[in-house]
Design a binder for this molecule. Structure first.
Ligand code: HEC
Length: 110
């Protein structure tokens, strides 16, 4: 009986940790390769799918501010010092405002 409880926890654990459920089965390779990718993947997809990150385009300042928002509003463990620089640099490099698709930037299509 004990092993059954254990199996249940192992099975249900990840599903409960991810509200949307879509992060189940994601691999770090869903994010563009680069310095800081694994830190971002493992640090950020514990709570939600990487899609929330991949669909976002923000300046470095905005990503940096988002870290505080994630800590204050959503209970993320505070990210400081070198780790924070690594994560924010990665996000700004790969999901920066300049990387926005043309459609998002066009004044005619807004
Ligand atoms: C402790 C849990 C937790 C962690 C860790 C976490 N987030 Fe979040 N995040 C949330 C919650 C909760 C939301 C709101 C989800 C929703 O709206 O469905 C959210 C929303 C977001 C959004 C969407 C914001 C918007 O405009 O709607 C982005 C982008 C995001 N997170 C990025 C990150 C990044 C990058 C990291 C890693 C540095 C991270 N999150 C780590 C809990 C977390």
């Amino acid at each position: 009986m004990r092993w059954l409880m254990l199996m249940l926890c192992v099975w249900a654990g990840p599903a409960l940790a991810q509200p949307g459920g879509s992060a189940v089965g994601e691999e770090p390779s869903v994010l563009p390769d680069g310095e800081g990718r694994d830190e971002v993947f493992y640090g950020c997809t514990a709570c939600h799918s990487s899609a929330l990150i991949r669909r976002s385009r923000m300046s470095r300042t905005a990503w940096d501010g988002l870290m505080d928002w994630m800590v204050e509003k959503h209970g993320m463990a505070p990210l400081e010092g070198e780790d924070r620089r690594l994560v924010v640099d990665y996000l700004a490099r790969h999901f920066g405002a300049a990387a926005a698709p043309a459609r998002a930037r066009s004044p005619f299509l807004n």
